[in-house]
Design a protein around this ligand. Sequence first.
Ligand code: NAI
Ligand SMILES: C[N+](C)(C)CC(=O)CC(=O)[O-]
Length: 489
Amino acid sequence: MKTAAIVGGGVIGGGWAARFLLNGWNVRVFDPDPEAKRKIGEVLDNARASLPGLYDMAMPDEGTLTYCDTLAETVKGAKWVQESVPERLELKHKVFAEIQAHLDPEAVIGSSTSGFKPSELQEGAKDPTQILVTHPFNPVYLLPLIELVPGDNHDPRAVAWAKTVLTEIGMFPLEVRKEIDAHIADRFLEAVWREALWLIKDGIATTEEIDEAIRMGFGMRWAQMGLFETYRIAGGEAGMRHFIEQFGPCLSWPWTKLMDVPELTDELIDQIADQSDAQSGMYTIRELERHRDANLVGMMRTLKARDWGAGALLNTHDKVMNQTGGIAERLADVSDLSKPVKTVERAVPIDWTDYNGHMNEARYLQAFGDATDRLMLIVGCTPDYIAEGGSYFTAETHIRHIDEVHAGAKIRVETQVLAGAGKKMHLFHAMYEGDRLLATGEHMLIHVSLETRKASDPAPSVADPLARLATAHADLPRPEGAGAAVGVR
Ligand SMILES: NC(=O)C1=CN([C@@H]2O[C@H](COP(=O)(O)OP(=O)(O)OC[C@H]3O[C@@H](n4cnc5c(N)ncnc54)[C@H](O)[C@@H]3O)[C@@H](O)[C@H]2O)C=CC1
Ligand SMILES: C[N+](C)(C)CC(=O)CC(=O)[O-]
């Protein structure tokens, strides 16, 4: 097990702790705040309910979380240190000096700094090349972007290790080739923020109106395509050149106050804080975080279904986790044919839960549908086979809802083949959380020709593995509830 040391466990350090822990790393935390344990515990609750549901595979088992009293015991033997103390250069220097007195030379110190350059952080360090900027985005446990800024004085092995670690925990390290204050993304964020402050100060818009202007429009465009791909489309068929020719000149019109910052007088701060209270004061911060997380999970899962942007990254991480987690893809990978086959192992995504606070009934069918798809793959009904015109259609389904399950819970489906001969494939899925039976799904499928849309016999490449599995499962006891009809128990 690898150990990550989290130095500073506030908003960002808490998010880092969750990201490492849920990806199977042991985590040690150092933060002098007496409330740190409670705060990190609450962040972890939110992370557990949201992050695992981004994937269609089970995440690794959680590592162990330890709160330490000294920096020395926090960093000793750690492979990664993530510094997230307040944004004050002299404090960061002091913390680096103490960390480096106890840290293994091959470990890397990533700094969460939003604005300092690596050359500034490295000033006076025992080994400057051990310190890199790894700038995350809140919530760190959900958003994949990390601005990785090595600076001029870096060791390529440290940069390579940083990329390995960050990728392993599902993040997207974007290497910033030249150091600059506030890296890439915060420069945009600050530009937008400055404009927003002027709009409030000049009485043009309230905090709420500014947020609506973002979230009802361009915010959604940015989330899935960024700036340039969006503007390429905005240029119409004539594309990017036409776009620049048409709208570029506006940049020198007096639309913007970009480099001016309104003076942050008490009056302006009160105005903004009061507007913000009126807009969102009905929620606690944790409630707002849960709304944010559920919205992000929903958006990212949509991108995932389209294998696009941040969603494509999730699909890649699923494949990596399946190499170590183990759901079979072929009959030859099934370790014991005499037992029901594991066909799904995943967490319940937060957007699968409903107004009753548990997994919605439709999602049971989704999970069982995924289990059926996996069993089809295992017996040879692969994408190539389907492309050649053979597949299965489901003719009948009976689901029994036996127990509740909640967001973030790890569920598993085991599938027994009740019959698998001729055109028929009769499956019995059982869904569990640990040993607790949650639901069963009985499904009758018919093999079809996708050309005639009529029942047809499967080719031997499917019929033979299916018959082998059905024969092996024939010795299993018939599952309780198989063949049952809906009725009063
Ligand atoms: N809040 C944000 O949106 C983002 C912040 N960052 C960066 O992350 C860093 C931390 O920011 P936040 O988490 O927002 O601040 P925060 O104020 O929420 O947390 C800082 C934590 O550091 C602890 N701390 C103070 N002195 C310490 C020491 N000597 N050793 C260990 N812990 C110590 C504090 O008790 C506190 O819990 C900053 O460099 C900031 O620029 C990066 C991305 C986003
Ligand atoms: C406000 N901030 C500069 C600390 C923001 C960031 O650094 C990134 C983020 O999460 O928006």
